[in-house]
Design a protein around this ligand. Structure first.
Ligand code: NAP
Length: 285
């Protein structure tokens, strides 16, 4: 099917700086076309110092909702009038929804995207069964940890190059989250049920984080948030050690599902091969 855009179209979008390489317009417009909706999803790239001006200009609902990406996720939460528990816990929002009265509501669908990707690619994983090791202490790690704790993870160790940043993060979450340096990995990995690369290491190629994934239990799951390339060195090492793997593209695609529902008021069609479209855009198909 295809869609016709009229004056009554529902408009959504994504906002970041830069935004040129975002895959979200491809994903959402494919779902819009499949459903034959009178709707559009467009990219926005406000200058970094004008993010708040941009968002305030959308108050009133002319645009129904926007995804927010680097470097605006923390500022998106700060400017919102209301926020979901997950967005507040994560300290960041990747979705702003605009109501007709001028209100702005902040959501975080990155965490549900992470859990959805694990459910799809490592369906036997039980988040409550074992500690989680998160490599990295930036915004992506924060969103993941919030979702993992809400889903019942017993403990999360945050391992970061800059340990002070991991400590700051752990302090905001409480006793279930521990800050560790990279030297703690040999002790942490044998107990881990899930290991997540939430650093930007491996982006565009390269070795990825140093963790020796063969130290993990045989049934451990390894997830890499980096999806360019799709099969990162980190995931290749996990595979070579016989571990189940989850890729960052699946996480990206899964976070888009609740986003689409929130903006366009209906679930996206599972018939659309958005993963195939994204792989083509990435040059992986
Ligand atoms: P960020 O806030 O900039 O954090 C980057 C993290 O990477 C920090 O922990 C940083 O450590 C670490 N790091 C960077 N270079 C390093 C190096 N050379 N050695 C060791 N550690 C290094 O970024 P973010 O927003 O959290 O995003 C992290 C990654 O997740 C990005 O690749 C992003 O594209 C990806 N992501 C994917 C999805 C998805 O849906 N698949 C969603 C969100 C994010 P320091 O604190 O020591 O600098």
């Amino acid at each position: 099917m295809s869609n016709v855009i009229t004056g009554a179209a529902v408009v959504g979008g994504v906002c970041g700086q830069p935004i040129r390489h975002s895959m979200s317009p491809l994903i959402h417009n494919a779902w819009i076309a499949a459903a034959g909706l009178d709707a559009a999803y467009v990219p926005f790239a406000p200058t970094v110092d004008r993010f708040e001006t941009f968002v305030n200009g959308l108050r009133g609902g002319a645009v129904r909702g926007i995804n927010v990406t680097i470097p605006f996720k923390e500022r998106a939460l700060a400017i919102a009038d209301t926020a979901s528990d997950l967005a507040r816990m994560a300290g960041a929002a990747n979705l702003l929804l605009f109501d007709a009265d001028g209100g702005v509501h902040a959501e975080n669908t990155d965490g549900p995207g992470l859990l959805g990707a694990i459910a799809a690619q490592a369906p036997g994983y039980d988040v409550t069964a074992a500690p989680v090791v998160v490599l990295g202490a930036g915004g992506a790690a924060r969103g993941a940890i919030a979702a993992l704790l809400l889903a019942g993870a017993p403990q999360v160790s945050v391992v970061n190059r800059t340990v002070a940043r991991a400590k700051d993060l752990a302090d905001t979450f409480g006793e279930k989250v521990l800050a560790r340096g990279e030297d703690a990995l040999p002790a942490l990995l044998p107990e881990a049920g899930l290991v997540i690369n939430a650093t930007s290491l491996g982006l565009g190629g390269g070795d990825g984080p140093v963790a020796d994934l063969a130290l993990t239990p045989r049934d451990a799951v390894v997830l890499d948030m980096v999806y360019k390339p799709l099969r990162t060195e980190f995931l290749r090492r996990a595979e070579a050690a016989g571990r189940a793997t989850v890729d960052g593209l699946e996480m990206l695609l899964r976070q888009a599902i609740p986003t689409f529902e929130a903006i366009y008021g209906q679930p996206p069609s599972p018939e659309v091969d958005v993963r195939g479209l994204a792989l083509k855009l990435l040059g992986e198909a």
